[in-house]
Design a protein around this ligand. Structure first.
Ligand SMILES: NC(=O)c1ccc[n+]([C@@H]2O[C@H](COP(=O)([O-])OP(=O)(O)OC[C@H]3O[C@@H](n4cnc5c(N)ncnc54)[C@H](OP(=O)(O)O)[C@@H]3O)[C@@H](O)[C@H]2O)c1
Length: 310
């Protein structure tokens, strides 16, 4: 079969021949499946270039952490793979069916493969990391990317009374009103979101440090809880945190991702997320590309989530 193959952290994957998988005999938790579509998410790139905390130096390996597959019975499934050297950027892969959800026959594999990873970032954070309640106010820091755009929509669908979208690109921010944002602000004006209850933070680094300081200084009720959920670090892996901010307010910082949410916790949310994407209640920007073009398109900058189709 063919697959995208990573042989070092310094070079993009190459489309090449790769041994076809064989499921272990008498193991009902291993199933060889055909891959229909797999998304090029930040996690995929970061594992392949060695910058993700879950990267391992085991070469060669096939990247791809999730995707839409067809099993031997013709059933469509969305699958999230555990750490493996055979990911979803291949004609075939091996899945544990317990880590998959069965999809209806009429789904669009590209749409599902594009949306599940960015959508689950805010969905799982709001469902599994805090006790989010209807009527709470939410700030999405870094709202113009795939995950941030979906966070705006998901927070609204979960009953947020208002959602403020923060980013650096004003034209992309303006487009978020159509998706449900009540207000949009550039990072330097984050103090306007001072009184929110929840922050979904995709940026970290300097923009988050400045926003946090400005918001807490401007907060009308410093005794009101402020749940700050760290989800992405697109602007920096670390950020300077003024100690006084933690003493002067009810700021509580937690993270949401692999590890802070158990595999079982992620899996439990997948059917509802897939149903919401399929029903069209989450807007998805996706671009399908042949897997054979992986080397040329691996670093492409596009607003659409790239989805490789073997
Ligand atoms: N923990 C989880 O469960 C989870 C799940 C999915 C994703 N994530 C993480 O969430 C983050 C966003 O993912 P995504 O899929 O939405 O990525 P994406 O679609 O590529 O969007 C990233 C956005 O970040 C903005 N950006 C880039 N560099 C920036 C900088 N230096 N300062 C401020 N903004 C910057 C860009 O906005 P503009 O160009 O419009 O300014 C871009 O639209 C990533 O770090 C990803 O790893 C986490």
């Amino acid at each position: 079969m063919h697959a995208a193959v990573v042989t070092s952290f310094d070079t993009p994957p190459r489309y090449a021949e790769y041994p076809a998988p064989v499921a272990a005999e008498e193991n009902e938790n291993e199933m060889v499946v055909d891959v229909l579509a797999a998304g090029l998410h930040h996690l995929v790139r970061a594992r392949a270039n060695g910058t993700h905390y879950s990267s391992t130096e085991t070469f060669p390996f096939v990247p791809g952490v999730d995707g839409v597959v067809r099993d031997q019975h013709g059933t469509l499934r969305y699958v999230a793979l555990d750490d493996t050297v055979l990911g979803t950027f291949a004609d075939q892969t091996v899945i544990d069916p317990r880590r998959s959800v069965v999809l209806p026959d009429d789904i669009d594999p590209v749409r599902i493969a594009a949306a599940m990873n960015p959508a689950m970032s805010s969905w799982v954070a709001l469902r599994r990391r805090i006790a989010f309640q209807k009527g709470q106010r939410v700030l999405v820091l870094g709202a113009t990317g795939s995950a941030g755009r979906m966070a705006v929509q998901i927070a609204k669908q979960f009953g947020a009374s208002s959602v403020i979208a923060a980013g650096r690109n004003t034209s992309r921010l303006a487009a978020l009103h159509e998706l449900g944002a009540d207000e949009t602000v550039t990072f330097d004006l984050a103090h306007r979101a001072a009184d929110v209850d929840v922050v979904l933070d995709y940026v970290w680094g300097e923009p988050s440090a400045q926003a946090m300081a400005a918001m807490i200084s401007a907060r009308r009720d410093r005794g009101a809880p402020l749940d700050w959920i760290q989800i992405g670090s697109i602007a920096g892996q670390t950020m300077p945190l003024q100690s006084a901010l933690l003493r002067a307010s009810q700021l509580q910082i937690c993270g949401s991702g692999i590890g802070s949410v158990s595999p079982r916790g992620f899996l439990a949310e997948l059917p509802e997320i897939a149903a919401a994407v399929h029903a069209g209640t989450i807007d998805v920007q996706a671009r399908a590309l042949p897997l054979a073009q992986i080397s040329e398109t691996w670093s492409a900058e596009t607003d659409d989530r790239i989805v490789y189709v073997p």
